[in-house]
Design a protein around this ligand. Sequence first.
Ligand code: GLN
Length: 190
Amino acid sequence: MMMRVGVLAVQGAYQAHAARLRLLGAEPVLVRSAAELSDIRGIILPGGESTTMLRFLARDQLLQALTDFAAEHPVFGTCAGLILLARDVEPQQQSLGLLDVSVMRNAYGRQLDSAIISAPTALGDDPLEMVFIRAPAITRVGEGVTVLAERDGQPVLVQQGHLFGCAFHPELSRDNRVHQRFLECVKEGG
Ligand code: GLN
């Protein structure tokens, strides 16, 4: 039986995440309603535009549904998805508030300042390629949060139990290790 893993699919880069999950042997499930959370073992909140996603999440009663889901299942927020997951967002906007970090939107600059960097991480010996697109900065991490990767001394990939967040787009680089790490957690049941 393939592991069914959700990708929030209201807006943004969800197709690339779905393709990566498939490549790694999981069955991606595109999630657009609360009902679709019932039969999956974890979920990825993709990059995109957090303000737009919030509008859909509020309209479709997904904010509370995702909060309930996250109490028992692994959740991985990337870029805009990290903004949705974060406890505090600057400039102030609504969020799920589940991951004990503060983020600042668009902190690495606008579209033209987007960058691909390579840096050592806790995910193995080889440096990890990280694609930043109008990325948020993680400006504070709470006590229970482990930093798995940094960019210039600032956290860009973090884990708090079964909750993961990253500022970059792991689905846009060829390196599978970030998704693999998340899938290991999903496999263990969070
Ligand atoms: N700037 C976007 C936001 O604030 C995030 C960018 C991204 O997900 N690539 O939601």
